[in-house]
Write a protein that binds this ligand. Structure first.
Ligand code: CA
Length: 224
């Protein structure tokens, strides 16, 4: 049974999270302060940490840093207040594996927890852009907790664009990367890209998209 350390000072949220995670089959230890989070982490072994940032006796980042200095791979999922973009970025920089914005649904949280636990078992760090995560060796791509079912070329194109996110990728560069056998023409690459686009759209992804740069190529970017 995977063991989760939940650090959350809000008594109502903490209780309902602890209860729901237990119902999902996890063992849960609930710490209501930063200090008790520190001592729980010192005393026990956990498979995942769910970490609120605003705690009465300090900032959750302190614990995040402490955990990362001791354990490079233990998944840490941050629970953060809405519209707190800078905390999310800082948290990811400090080594958090993922974040969930408050208020969140319990189902979403459970899915994120499952996903973070699964990732921690594979040692491969994903290529990331926004909520997109690509595990190149496993050839699997996720948006949030949703796995994208991509065809071979679509996967290759998405990987290449993600690796160069927010940069213009020329059609030639893309072609030479994904078509080592020389089977694809300029026109078919456009059609692969357009399939990939409709796939992303069909999966409900609107926060990122593949922009066409006229006469040059493509750019994977955040939707502004
Ligand atoms: Ca709090």
């Amino acid at each position: 049974m995977p063991k989760i350390l939940l650090v959350e000072d809000d008594p109502i949220l903490g209780r309902s999270l602890a209860l729901n995670l237990k119902l999902e089959g996890y063992e849960v230890e609930w710490a209501e302060t930063l200090q008790s989070g520190f001592s729980a982490f010192k005393q026990n072994k956990f498979d995942l940490i769910l970490l609120d940032l605003g705690l009465p006796d300090g900032h959750g980042f302190n614990l995040c840093q402490e955990i990362r200095s001791k354990d490079k791979s233990l998944p840490i999922v941050i629970l953060t207040a809405q519209a707190d973009e800078s905390s999310v970025v800082e948290g990811l920089n400090l080594g958090a594996s993922d974040y969930v914005r408050k208020p969140f649904g319990l189902k979403e949280l459970a899915a994120r927890v499952r996903c973070a636990l699964r990732e921690s078992k594979s040692s491969e760090l994903p290529l990331r852009f926004s909520d997109l995560k690509i595990f190149i060796d496993q050839r699997r791509a996720f948006f949030g907790e949703h796995e994208l079912e991509l065809k071979r070329r679509e996967f290759d194109i998405l990987t290449y664009l993600t690796d160069r996110a927010e940069q213009v990728v020329t059609r030639e560069a893309l072609l030479s990367k994904i078509d080592q056998d020389g089977e694809i023409s300029d026109r078919t690459i456009d059609s692969h890209v357009s399939h990939l686009r409709s796939h992303l759209k069909g999966s409900g992804i609107s926060s990122i998209h593949i922009a066409s740069i006229y006469g040059v190529g493509y750019r994977l970017e955040k939707t502004r």
